[in-house]
Write a protein that binds this ligand. Structure first.
Ligand code: SAM
Length: 356
């Protein structure tokens, strides 16, 4: 694949309000660098590498960023850093997406978001009262032994010191007395604001229903919160001419998922080589719906290479960006064996077809 130079990129082509941000990002003014090659995974920070993709060349960019849920690969980010990362990455997409093309973000709300300002949730856990000691028992004991400490009262009543405390103060402080409280952080509004700021328009939103994560719901027994079992897909459109082709999917596919707001397929059960892979079906559907064969698909949080595999399977080209070397190597080896497998099955088909 021939490399192009960056001479075609002009900050002046961007919406006026973005030009200042981009001047800072492209401040070295170097136009002799080469564009990132397609059909390769590039190791580095998306905030640096996206600026090196050929302008107006990507038909769809589909990715799932760090979710700010305490994974190993996002340990380098504070919540502010995380917001800045997503905002910059979305801004950097505007020049590289084709006019009429799409940016599709797979993301979830942060379900256990620490908020030190949040008042403590006081839970009267009716079904959890294991000790038969009542508030009245404690008050009677205190009357009889006014100088007893909580520990002595506990010994006398054959219960724990926490039970004495709970019966006297009538509450259970969730998550301990010193830990900040956790709440849900809804991310859709922030993502929408960053996309609008970049020049994109919200085009569609879908929900991916995955398996319910019962084993991760540590609050399920002492709260009214639901388990983690769905994520979002936000589709953003770059103004321009968008081709609509009903032949991209079969009539059944349009009915089953192409025109449906809820997509249901299982998540990746074995995350043995990467902590947070999405299933191949997710980028595959996005790619089939929004691109034609031969077009370029981008994933700037490539992880284990799922989007590249889906692109190859659907005869599209891909550009991958990934920060961690070990994941770049993982993605490359998966792509290599994916290509080998498809060559083998192609030759099997061919041999079969060749047979008289
Ligand atoms: C949610 S995972 C994506 C998983 C991927 N969709 C898959 O199926 O394997 C997010 C990925 O972003 C990478 N990452 C984190 N910060 C990054 C950055 N600043 N630039 C590029 N990649 C980054 C992480 O190493 C991680 O592999």
């Amino acid at each position: 694949m021939a490399e192009h130079t960056l001479t075609a990129f002009k900050i002046e082509r961007l919406p006026k309000k973005l030009q200042k941000t981009f001047h800072a990002l492209y401040s070295n003014g170097d136009t002799t660098e080469t564009y990132l090659k397609v059909n390769e995974i590039h190791q580095g920070d998306a905030r640096e590498l996206l600026a090196r993709i050929e302008p107006n060349s990507v038909s769809v960019s589909v990715w799932s960023p760090p979710y700010f849920v305490g994974k190993e690969y996002e340990a380098y980010l504070t919540f502010e850093d995380w917001q800045n990362l997503l905002r910059s990455v979305i801004l950097l997409h505007f020049p590289i997406i084709k006019p009429g093309g799409f940016l599709v973000i797979n993301i979830a709300d942060i379900l256990v978001f620490k908020d030190p300002e949040m008042p403590r949730v006081q839970a009267d856990a009716i079904n959890k009262k294991r000790s038969p000691v009542t508030r009245e028992d404690v008050l009677n004991a205190m009357k009889k032994h006014p100088n007893y400490s909580r520990y002595q009262l506990a010994e006398l009543l054959n219960c724990s010191e926490q039970t004495i405390d709970r019966r006297l103060h009538g509450n259970n402080i969730r998550g301990g007395k010193h830990e900040p409280q956790t709440r849900v952080k809804i991310v859709g509004g922030m993502v929408e604001d960053w996309a609008l700021e970049a020049g994109f328009y919200p085009y569609d939103r879908r929900v991916w229903v995955k398996d319910a994560a019962w084993e991760n719901s540590r609050w399920a027994s002492l709260s009214y919160r639901s388990v983690d079992e769905f994520e979002y897909l936000y589709f953003f459109w770059k103004p321009g001419i968008t081709k609509y082709d009903r032949n991209r999917l079969s009539a059944d596919e349009w009915k089953e998922w192409g025109s449906r707001g809820v997509w249901e397929f299982p998540s990746v059960r074995v995350n043995d080589d990467h902590e947070a892979k999405f299933p191949l079906e997710l980028p595959r559907r996005v790619i089939r719906l929004l691109t034609d064969p031969g077009e370029v698909v981008l994933d700037c949080f490539m992880g284990s290479g799922t989007t590249a595999l889906a692109a190859i399977q659907e005869n599209r080209q891909y550009i991958g960006v990934e920060l961690e070397k070990k994941y770049v190597e993982l993605a490359e080896s998966k792509i290599k064996s994916g290509i080998q497998k498809s060559l083998i099955s192609e030759s099997r088909h061919k041999n079969y077809a060749d047979k008289p």
